[in-house]
Design a protein. Sequence first.
Length: 117
Amino acid sequence: QVQLVESGGGLVQAGGSLRLSCAASGRTFNSLIMNWIRQVPGKERQFVAAVSRNGVGTYYADSVKGRFTISRDNAKNTVYLQMNSLKPEDTAVYYCASGVTPTYHYWGQGTQVTVSS
């Protein structure tokens, strides 16, 4: 079993930055491929980014490429999402999840990101 807890969401103006964190416990973190997923109420969830077990491989949705950076610190059992140049369309609940797109095994509770124009 894996427990995931996100933090770092909030309200920011367009063009601003936020850094999300996801702390994991309950299992060997470095065995997990980690992802950030976002969802707007009433819409399908959207893959945002993924990072390989050792942090070397990263993958991004086209909509965030060049603006967002996913990383992980296996010593701290934490995965991060640095979000720069935020746009109103980035507004969503952001979740961290383990697994390989589109199959996710464990989810956090989510953190709200709101970008005002």
